[in-house]
Design a protein around this ligand. Structure first.
Ligand code: ADP
Ligand code: MG
Length: 623
């Protein structure tokens, strides 16, 4: 509970203004910030040395848990019980991270490939969510001890590429840490806020600004294109790579250093402690090379020398990958570099001079780097918290969804309901119907991704709308509505409009089922666009053929009396040909068979209709 102070002189009770914390829950480092006298500030450690809390958790032999610098120091001596890079595992299944096994110094549990990753520490198993909660608890503790009051509400940032499951996992981690998470915010959006860009009191109101936020952290890379007008933020597009960051710069340096020591990668696996030691050694070398032209050190009692030129040559392909993402983000926003007015640098890895230079050269303008790149996101989160507290009503935030959301329709096709790069919050819906007479249940499977077939996309969840009153196929009107709230979390509602049957549906995303990595999914959809189109065409033709065959058979059954034997035989033969075509792989043959059947049966259908009308005129009932 926040403390209440009583003003004895005036006899009034003063409730202190409630503080909402802004939290950057990073892969490598986490920070907590709050608004102090109208300015965001990051909370420092007790020694007043650093605002960074390394996102590392250590479990001691007697059950003590430490988080931050003290835990990071245990990486070398107690790697099996020291957990880092948890954010990379958020909302992921074992299958998602199977290829990264060698990367972690601790044990990842492989109990069931579909289920969520768990981490084994001694004889206990932890989910990434629980481990993140431990980091969040430490941040909560820090801000509370700084302010000397309870802080129970927070805004937490996530990479723009986090999917719904990962956002939900982050939110749940906050809950577990005792925080009411008011909003999940994209990191690049927070960064722009930290620079005060778009703040109506500072900016020229009539100015439209286009800003690129380049965020190269320890584990993730994000590029976002923002448009800011009248104090309104809009994310036009996002792109990035959830597996590209300072860790990768360290890795190429580790390889290089191993080469100098005449060792290969197996040395790391054979001796885990050495693996961690060289990791820290390389990271330190990298940081020194951000300041100087030469690094000299000793490892395994041998000299190690790396020049900045060596380092820059090694990381050039990695930098190029970030620039490719920038290109994609601009293409998605419909822009070229000349349209971008400001470029903001975020993340510790943007301290590397070669990164800054490459980005400035790419965008052909000097970059914004006056704020501490480690703190920018947390500072922006505090500004966002302040907006939510109602203290900055001039600002409004819009975000976008990075991947399309939709449902599975007949034939395994993806029917997109909210396209990627839609502004959020948003709601969208569409009407569906049944495909079988008297159908009582409708399964709604929700997917995320850009491919035409749901099997290539990522399943978020499913539910069954039960108890549809029996009606002929095609008659029920089922409204399916997607509501994507401001946190980027999805709610799906289904309603049968004729009967008013409604189901309040909660998707419980099973974090990390058969997940494809975000960037891979986009790349995939581009590479497979041609095949997907062919497959979609075929499936749509088959669906149409099935509907027509059903109708055709019904027609033959109901109108046997007005058709000659020859007409019945020909119709049957054409139906058979269509059935065979539908089993084949060529959509053009299917379309041709549909056309032939239609051409032949249209006059017959007219005759049947005439008969129905005649009967109606004679007072007989229709149908
Ligand atoms: P994250 O957002 O992923 O938690 P940060 O923004 O805190 O990451 O960035 C951490 C990364 O920045 C680490 O890989 C770290 O080595 C790198 N880094 C920090 N300082 C420097 C520096 N001076 N030069 C180069 N890299 C740095
Ligand atoms: Mg970061």
């Amino acid at each position: 509970m926040p403390t209440i102070s009583i003003n004895l002189k005036e006899g009034t009770i003063e409730k202190p203004q409630e503080v909402i914390a802004g939290i950057d829950l990073g892969t490598t480092n986490s920070l907590v910030a709050f608004m102090k006298d109208g300015q965001p500030v990051c909370v420092q450690d007790s020694a007043g040395k650093s605002t960074l809390v390394p996102s590392v958790v250590h479990f001691s032999g007697i059950g003590d848990v430490t988080v931050g610098d003290a835990a990071k120091e245990m990486l070398e001596t107690d790697p099996a019980n020291t957990i880092y890079s948890v954010k990379r595992l958020m909302g992921k299944s074992f299958r998602d991270v199977a290829g990264m096994k060698g990367y972690f110094g601790y044990q990842i549990i492989d109990d069931d490939t579909e289920s969520l990753v768990k981490i084994r520490v001694k004889d206990r198993f932890y989910t990434p969510l629980e481990l993140s909660a431990l980091i969040l608890k430490e941040l909560k503790r820090r801000v509370e001890s700084e302010l000397n009051m309870e802080v129970s509400r927070a805004v937490i940032t996530v990479p723009a590429y986090f999917n719904d499951n990962q956002r939900q996992a982050t939110r749940d981690a906050g809950k577990l840490a005792g925080l009411d998470v008011l909003r999940i915010v994209n990191e690049p959006t927070a960064a722009a806020l930290a620079y005060g860009i778009g703040n109506a009191s500072q900016a020229d109101k009539t100015d439209v600004e286009t800003v690129a936020v380049y965020d190269l952290g320890g584990g993730t890379f994000d590029i976002s294109i923002l448009r800011i007008e009248d104090g309104i933020f809009e994310v036009l597009s996002t792109n990035g790579d959830t597996f590209l960051g300072g860790d990768d710069l360290d890795h190429v340096l580790i390889e290089h250093i191993l080469g100098q020591l005449h060792l290969d990668g197996s040395a790391l696996h054979a001796d885990k402690a050495f693996g961690q030691q060289i990791r820290l050694f390389a990271e330190n070398a990298k940081k020194i090379l951000s300041e100087r032209d030469l690094f000299e050190g000793t490892l395994k009692e041998k000299p190690v020398v790396v020049t900045r030129a060596d380092f820059e040559r090694l990381i050039r392909p990695l930098i190029q990958r970030t620039l490719d993402c920038c290109q994609n983000a601009m293409r998605d926003a419909g822009f070229t570099v000349d349209d971008i007015e400001k470029v903001i640098m975020v993340g510790g890895s943007t301290r590397v001079p070669a990164v800054k230079q490459a980005v400035a050269a790419f965008f052909r303008r000097p970059v914004f780097d006056s704020l501490n790149p480690d703190e920018v996101v947390a500072l922006g989160a505090a500004v966002q918290a302040d907006i939510l507290a109602g203290n900055q009503q001039d600002l409004l935030l819009l975000d976008i969804t990075p991947l399309s959301l939709g449902i599975e329709t007949v034939g395994g096709l993806m029917d997109v309901i909210i396209p990627r790069n839609s502004k959020i919050p948003t709601r969208a819906g569409r009407q569906y119907t049944t495909s079988v007479d008297g159908q009582k249940n409708l399964k709604v499977s929700i997917f995320q991704g850009e491919r035409d077939l749901v099997e290539h996309n990522r399943k978020l969840g499913e539910f069954i709308l039960r108890g549809i009153p029996p009606m002929p196929a095609g008659l029920p009107k089922i409204d399916i509505r997607f509501v994507l709230n401001a946190d980027g979390i999805l709610l799906v509602q289904a309603k049968e409009l004729r009967s008013n049957l409604e189901q309040q549906i909660e998707i419980r995303p099973t974090y990390g089922i058969s997940e494809e990595e975000m960037g891979m999914m986009l790349l995939d959809s581009i590479q497979n666009a041609q095949t997907d189109m062919t497959v979609r065409g075929l499936l749509e033709a088959r669906n149409e053929a099935n509907n027509i065959m059903l109708g055709g058979e019904k027609f033959l059954k109901q109108n046997g009396d007005i058709l000659s034997e020859e007409e019945q035989a020909t119709t049957n033969a054409l139906l058979k040909r269509l059935r065979e075509a539908a089993e084949g792989q060529d959509k053009d043959i299917i379309h041709a068979a549909i056309e032939d059947l239609n051409t032949y049966t249209t006059p017959l259908a007219h005759r049947a209709l005439d008969k129905t009308v005649r009967e109606a005129m004679q007072g007989k009932k229709v149908l």
